[in-house]
Design a protein around this ligand. Structure first.
Ligand code: M6R
Length: 603
């Protein structure tokens, strides 16, 4: 949801801003821009509709130079992607880049227009810029102006601001959207996310809501929302540069799929001790009910988690789409625990769900990939997964480690509640330890998956079906496919299809059938035959135990042998590769699918 960055220091600001924006392009990519202050204090704005490449081309043709500037890569919310709506926006006193949504922008525009402000764009950001400008006109002090403006702005935002009469300073304020400040050898940066500063710094300050930063070449000062100075401690950045680069792969998505065995090992290394889960006491207080809140892929990990936790630990689990949670007046009791699952830890809906749960006095645990993110900081206990930076919009390796955390949670709770024997617990965990090798095997065998992907060349519609543990897996496979190939895809519990949706099956329509549960294979066989007899092409994901179903499928991929409980993890890798190869064959922009952004920081 938009990436913002800023640099002030001894080096060329444009190069620094572009490097930061390249690392943030996953957050939005419909337009981009920079505002750079030159040595004479004049500000040059260069911005354009389109990808970052378009901005780079524009800057090559009309270079600008300076040592201080702000930059932006946009995911449009107010106003279509266009040159004029691209950020930065400004007045004759200041320029602003913004991530988030100003909810009262109409009201502010009306008020500011009446006071003589002219608006050039359709963006809510311009309303924020003019609100700050008006406060600055009264106070003459950037921090006081930001404090005053923050009282007027409603919604969520992270703002980077340069004031023309405060050369070489960048001001930043955050409310509900992520923002970090990093001090490097030759200057300081602000950014929406860590990858933007990885080349530059080894630690960073994570700004909290309501805080203001004044960033200069030699360091940063922080203020609270009243303008009083506060001291902050920098946190070490755990990720390395290689993790945030493509490293010879055609796309980040493919690289990240290939990283799954490694990040699975790292996550297990962190949370398995002596062959058993060690979740750092996260569930030691005893919990009688669980609610999992998450969005998208993370929510699918939660659905797998529900299945596992209910089976293994006999704890009732509700999985709530985070955007629905707070409007559903959730019924939570004191012995409840809410688990938030999120790769970014910045998803606005998930964060709002965490805040609601906390306000109701319920214990919260976060399964989060980004250390220092809002969810990680706000939950009672954060379990940080070790996927490293996930750049591709389609979540792959983060999902893999979220699944592992669900297994470990189920086993830990099962042991604690006496519903699982120590022997079976050790067996499941030893199966988990063998999973990375099984994932490697799926990746090695991807030629077969490529053949399956060719079956998706001509189609505009597709179904994923599965039963039991395969149903949430099918939902994730379907999301991955539609997200990056634009094929309309639906996931169904295989037995439910005949209650309506089977009417959509037409000759040649691909149906991806997951059959990894031996006890359900005969039922799955019937469902496969039901669709095949109506002309569907069945693409089967099976295991050595269920591969006999292949005679009723058009294409089959057999997953490596694992404990049957663990097949969601290997099936996910196969379905991610299927979506990936289908998208490449269709010429789609795999890492940056249309209309999407990686981190959804608006509700
Ligand atoms: O950062 P989060 O895990 O909270 O993000 C949740 C969803 O936005 C995310 O999983 C989304 O569905 C992915 N693009 C799916 O690939």
């Amino acid at each position: 949801m938009c990436g913002i960055t800023g640099y002030t220091g001894k080096s060329d600001a444009v190069a620094r801003l572009l490097s930061g924006l390249r690392a943030l392009e996953y957050r939005g990519y419909d337009s981009a821009g920079v505002a750079v202050m030159d040595a004479q204090g004049a500000v040059h704005v260069v911005k354009t509709k389109g990808r970052l490449r378009a901005l780079e081309e524009r800057l090559e043709k009309c270079p600008v130079h300076g040592r201080c500037g702000i930059g932006h890569t946009r995911w449009a919310t107010h106003g279509a992607p266009s040159d004029v709506n691209a950020h930065p926006h400004g007045t004759d006193r200041l320029y602003v880049v913004h991530n988030g949504i100003i909810e009262n922008d109409r009201e502010l525009r009306a008020e500011l227009s009446a006071r003589g402000y002219n608006f050039l764009s359709e963006t809510d950001t311009e309303a924020a810029a003019c609100t700050i400008d008006s406060a600055y006109a009264e106070t003459g002090d950037p921090v006081a102006a930001l404090c005053a403006a923050a009282k007027r702005l409603r919604g969520s935002y992270a703002l980077g601001v340069i004031f023309l009469d405060h050369p070489n300073e960048i001001y930043a304020v955050r409310e509900g959207n992520p923002l970090i400040v990093a001090e490097g050898g030759d200057g300081c940066m602000i950014a929406s996310d860590i990858p933007a500063v990885l080349r530059f710094a080894r630690d960073c300050y994570v700004m909290e809501d309501g805080e203001i930063a004044c960033v200069r070449e030699d360091g940063a000062e922080f203020f609270d929302c009243q303008g009083k100075p506060i001291s902050k401690r920098a946190a070490a950045i755990e990720w390395n540069m290689e993790a945030a680069e493509r490293g010879g792969f055609a796309h980040f998505m493919l690289k990240e799929i290939h990283e799954e065995p490694l990040v699975a090992r790292q996550t297990l290394g962190r949370y398995v001790k002596d062959g058993l889960p060690d979740l750092r006491g996260a569930f030691d207080n005893g919990c009688e009910r669980l609610t999992i809140v998450a969005c998208g892929t993370a929510m699918h990990a939660g659905l797998v988690g529900k299945w596992l936790i209910e089976r293994i630990a006999r704890v009732p689990v509700e999985v709530c789409i985070a955007s629905e949670f707070r409007y559903n007046e959730p019924v939570l009791s004191p012995n409840h625990c809410v688990i938030a699952i999120s790769q970014s830890g910045e998803t606005a809906d998930t964060l709002a769900a965490v805040r609601l749960a906390k306000s109701l006095g319920v214990r919260t645990v976060g399964v989060v990939n980004v250390p220092g993110s809002s969810v990680a900081r706000e939950v009672d206990q954060a379990l940080i997964t070790c996927a490293g930076p996930e750049i591709s919009v389609a979540s792959t390796k983060a999902y893999a480690v979220q699944l592992l955390m669900m297994y470990l949670t189920a086993v830990q709770l099962g042991l604690g509640r006496g519903t699982l024997s120590m022997e079976r617990a050790r067996q499941i965990v030893s199966g988990l330890m063998a999973l990375p090798a099984a994932m490697e095997e799926v990746i090695r065998e991807d030629a077969q998956i490529r053949r399956m992907a060719a079956c998706l060349d001509e189609t505009e519609n597709c179904f994923f079906i599965g039963r039991g543990l395969d149903y949430p897996g099918a939902m994730e496979g379907s999301l991955k496919l539609k997200e990056i190939t634009y094929i309309h895809s639906e996931a169904y519990a295989a037995g439910e299809l005949k209650h309506g949706a089977i009417s959509l099956i037409t000759r040649g329509m691909p149906v991806v059938a997951l059959s990894t549960q031996a006890a359900l294979k005969e039922k799955m066989l019937s469902n496969m035959r039901e669709v095949a007899s109506r002309g569907a092409r069945v693409l089967l994901l099976a295991t050595p135990e269920t591969k006999e179903l292949a005679s009723d499928a058009d294409e089959t991929f057999v997953l490596p042998a694992t404990d049957e409980l663990l097949t969601p993890a290997t099936a996910a890798v196969a379905m991610q590769l299927l979506a990936y190869y289908a998208a490449v064959r269709r010429g789609c922009d795999v890492d940056k699918p249309r209309n999407l952004a990686k981190s959804v920081t608006v509700e």
